[in-house]
Design a protein around this ligand. Structure first.
Ligand code: HAM
Length: 427
């Protein structure tokens, strides 16, 4: 019998890969929380109908990629693994009456999502998104805030030169005329379309701009652009956002046919790309305004905007550019020992050091002391403490080999704190 493997498109991350994902996650929370966004932790599954109604039945995400769970006999609803965060977060906003909090409600989550897509580098069936939503404000100012937050996050990681590919996808007032213009544009190739794209031509022609079919993509290059069809209110909104982004130092590339892969967007829509990258598959992230989504899923009118940045893609981009993302790790102390009788004392000391705010681990293996010291050095320890068989301590500074012999636990803690300071001054 062959052994079990991780499911296709779902990866085990460990070692440097896991550390990189964790470091990007920490940086993401730090950036968003510093800007006033609060964490939301929501379920990884929701009722399938939430995604079908919210994201749109003719999107690839729902029509092809949704993981539907077989319901238990006693359950009447079908759940699906979440393919994205926005619909579930807005459901939570409505369910918990967050409308009565000061608006906008700013929320952030970094979490796993699931899409049954064909796996390749940067496209997985389980992937992690850094997701930010600002819910409850219709003005263009919040658009500038959210777009700038994602761009500066990427720039600060070292992915400099990030470009915001920007468009306005209009609103329910101006989109029908645009949809009609698109229908007319694609009508001549209707015979070449597959069943799915033919349905899109009839029901939701904007989706054709997002098609992966070669003939449709070719035709899309000459399709009418959105900005020419915007109503005055949408055009003014987009101009204020553009002007704000320019002053905020965000590099904007006009992308008049950008519609994104989800149906809920209106007005502002954008993607983050590195210079030279193209298309949705190359995007590090994307987002948009979704003022109509709340009404689709049973809430009152609620303007909102947000983005998601793909953490796996960010990690690949950092790796490809040889940019090291280092978590700000604390200086480590390793507590070693010679005889089994000191195991408890080693663990206790490590625990005391951690409680005092240092990073510390006890070496409790039956290895010889030389091997324990090698291990400490490999882990980059700044200090090694040996608990001698008679209970005395010897503390060695790894930076210069200096030794001292603190007499009790309190003096060990003081000595380690002083050593950490000395090492930091040198670094
Ligand atoms: P999205 O464009 O579908 O938007 O996904 C955002 C980002 O998630 C992508 O640009 C990509 O970096 C990453 N991503 C998506 N699918 C995969 C995959 N299969 N493998 C690896 N990474 C992937 C949304 O999900 C919207 N909910 C964003 C949003 C938030 N709009 C408003 N608020």
């Amino acid at each position: 019998m062959s052994g079990f493997q991780a499911p296709r498109g779902m990866r085990d991350l460990f070692g440097a890969d896991a550390a990189a994902v964790a470091a990007v996650e920490r940086a993401a929370y730090a950036a968003a929380e510093a800007a006033g966004y609060q964490r939301i932790i929501s379920p990884i599954a929701e009722e399938s109908a939430l995604f079908e109604r919210g994201i749109g039945g003719s999107t690839d995400v729902v029509a092809k990629e949704l993981y539907r769970l077989t319901p238990h006999a006693e359950d009447s609803t079908t759940l699906a693994l979440r393919p994205e965060a926005t619909a579930g977060i807005l459901r939570a906003y409505i369910q918990h009456g967050m409308r009565s909090a000061p608006q906008p409600v700013r929320l952030v989550t970094v979490a796993p999502f699931f899409r049954h897509d064909r796996p390749q580098k940067g496209r997985y069936r389980q992937f992690t998104q850094f997701n930010v939503e600002a819910i409850g404000d219709a003005g263009p100012g919040i658009d500038v805030e959210v777009i700038e937050l994602g761009a500066s996050f990427l720039n600060q990681l070292g992915l400099t030169g990030v470009e915001v590919h920007f468009n306005s996808v209009g609103c329910s007032d101006c989109r029908p005329a645009y949809a009609a213009a698109l229908r007319a544009h694609f009508a001549p190739i209707e015979g070449e379309l597959g069943e799915v794209d033919r349905t899109r031509l009839r029901d939701n022609p904007l989706r054709l701009l997002d098609s992966k079919d070669a003939a449709v993509m070719r035709r899309a290059e000459s399709a009418p652009a959105l900005p020419g069809h915007l109503c005055d209110a949408c055009a003014v909104h987009a101009d204020v956002v553009r002007a704000g982004l320019a002053v905020a130092g965000v590099k904007v590339i006009e992308s008049p046919r950008l519609v994104r892969g989800l149906d809920y967007y209106n007005r502002t829509a954008w993607e983050y790309l590195l210079p030279g990258e193209e298309g949705q598959q190359g995007a590090l992230g994307g987002g948009g305004r979704y003022d109509g989504l709340a009404a689709l899923i049973g809430g009152g009118p609620t303007p909102a905007i947000g983005f998601a940045i793909g953490v796996d893609r960010v990690v690949h981009a950092l790796h490809d550019r040889k940019i090291e993302i280092r978590a700000a790790t604390q200086p480590l102390t390793v507590i070693c020992g010679i005889d089994e009788g000191s195991i408890g004392a080693r663990i206790r000391l490590a625990s005391l050091l951690r409680a005092a705010g240092s990073a510390a681990r006890a070496d409790v293996t039956p290895r010889k002391i030389g091997k324990q010291l090698e291990g400490a050095s490999r882990d980059g320890a700044v200090a090694v403490i040996i608990v001698e068989p008679d209970g005395r301590y010897s503390l060695r500074a790894m930076i210069d080999g200096k030794q001292e012999e603190p007499t009790d636990e309190a003096s060990v803690l003081r000595a380690v704190a002083a050593l950490v300071k000395r090492t930091e001054r040198r670094a």
